[in-house]
Design a protein around this ligand. Sequence first.
Ligand code: RUQ
Ligand code: CUA
Length: 668
Amino acid sequence: MPISRRYSTTLIVASVAIFGTLYACSTRRGPNQSLAGSDAASKVYVPPGSYDEFYSFLSGGYSGQVAVYGLPSGRLLKVIPVFSQFAEDGYGYNEETKPLFQTTYGFVPWDDSHHPELSMTDGVPDGRWLFINANNTPRIARIDLTRFETDEIIQIPNSAGGHASPFTTPDSKYVVSATRFSVPVPNTDVAIDSYKKNFKGTLSFITADQPGKMDVAFQILMPGYNYDLGHAGKGPSDGWFFFTSYNTEEANTKLEENASQNDKDFVAAVNYKRAEECVAQGKAKPAAAEYYHNWVDEGSRQAKSEKKTGVKMINPMDCPGLVYYLPTPKSPHGVDVDPTGEYIVAGGKLATVIPVHSFTKMQKAIADKAFDKEIDGIPVLKYDAVVAGEVQKPGLGPLHTEFDGKGYAYTSLFISSEVVKWKLGTWEVVDRIKTYYSIGHLMIPGGDSKRPAGKYLLALNKITKDRYLPTGPEMAQSAQLIDISGDKMKLLLDFPTIGEPHYAQAIPASVIKDKQVKYYKLASNTNPWATRSESEGGITRNGKRVDIKMIAIRSHFAPDNLEGVQVGDTVVFHVTNIEQDWDILHGFAVLGMNTSELILQPGETRSLTWIPKSPGVFPFYCTDFCSALHQEMQGYVRVSPAGSPVKLMANVSKKTQAQLATPAGKAR
Ligand code: RUQ
Ligand code: CUA
């Protein structure tokens, strides 16, 4: 049997065995047979030298980063490091970016990023920024989309598991973060089984419309449920925010069972304009909190950290009209607001229907006081008074919904591995398509905004199994591009992703393509260690600290011979790439260093700390193949024993040498 046939049979057998029982209506087709239509290839083909129509931003999940893919091609354009150190370019290793990881828990160089969120103007993605949350040590990052770089990270206090985050209001005045895990607020040493008494949730509103100035505007103290996802209202529901919650049972152990008891949990509807009023009226109480705000200074490109204390905490009891609960079946996960702002769709993981709430009905129910009961100052509205309709028999395990702007909604179904398309208003299912396998989020460019692009849908699948060649027990997670331009959904493309892609966002390339920064202006570089020309380079000693200022340009470093460094010194190389040309990077690495390399964008200064442990001569070199003479781009640093009389020497211009070298002894 030819190897490919044997291989494909094995896979078919494996896939049927694995998925046959799990996915009742799973296809029996093998992975090597095309599931895509015959015109699929031409629909995703972007010829060499041509550009993709969309930039898409996929969360890197437990990689902590964001991956940028072109759509429809599925080509990886860039990995943007955000919450994890990134040795590829020195992010989080070099001195300039390390402060971004500062938290009250110390230096936290990893996280689990879930939801990229584009900034918006009037409810439409505007291409200024991308926000993304850190789930484990709750934080929100801002990425500047003129540079595709992380510029700011704020820690969220009184929170644990920043999952319902960082969804934005239609004007990006706020992004939110709600705690997935309720904890004692403030966090103190209590018995875990005192959960019901001592554990609370918080909903945080973070000001986001001014770069470098993110802050916690206020927090809302909530019952000790798990808050899972959120979305802002828009149009008529502008001014409201909706959050799903589960574990309304308030279980603290065996949640699998104990948090699946109630038939309905809640969507919390928060009137944040009301919150602003209550804050203005002094109804928010100062609450203990400590958190870090870290941001990149524009001129120096150095990150700074500030520790903040205290937040304004609003208790719904003190601010009537702030929060209402909408009963929602069952353990809801996603909550999504349609483009008109009227419908609020919840994905009940364990529900047999997809419930859709009506904002108009909700307003009426509030006016009529159609309440079931009140929980900690939060009225629970009657389900029948708020529900607009239910999508019947959608499939199993509805999670997330996006919209095409043409009156249809698309919901992912994790358990039955499919996307279901249904009509807003009539709630009838009009189409469904299989996904491979176990889809989590789905994304339509602009599909959570007022103006969806409505052409493609990206399925973000959790389990890959047989979709690609085996790569050991671990397979790259998988995205699938689906054409939604016609009545029937059509599968176009599979492509592997970096880390686990939870959510994604996409924007037409035309919105950001021409705004890209091509290099940093050397004249505006205010990094105190910047070296603007060869003659400014040199070496200085201050006690056991040695600073080396150096330039990189095609195809040399200056200085490139350094002496006078001693074992046990803390040597900091400050390298400035003095190129003023797009995409001309240089790198820097020294033999035996205990950190990552530096990658330097044109016009940028980056610093690397090195503590030499033994005497010798150590080469350094450029790590980015920058020019024909890249292999010549190298130098040496001489390390002498501690106390050695070798004097400081940097082979820059004679004049600079004379100014810089301190006479620490006689050169040998
Ligand atoms: S989640 S698979 Cu972390 Cu957004 Cu729904
Ligand atoms: Cu600079 Cu290679």
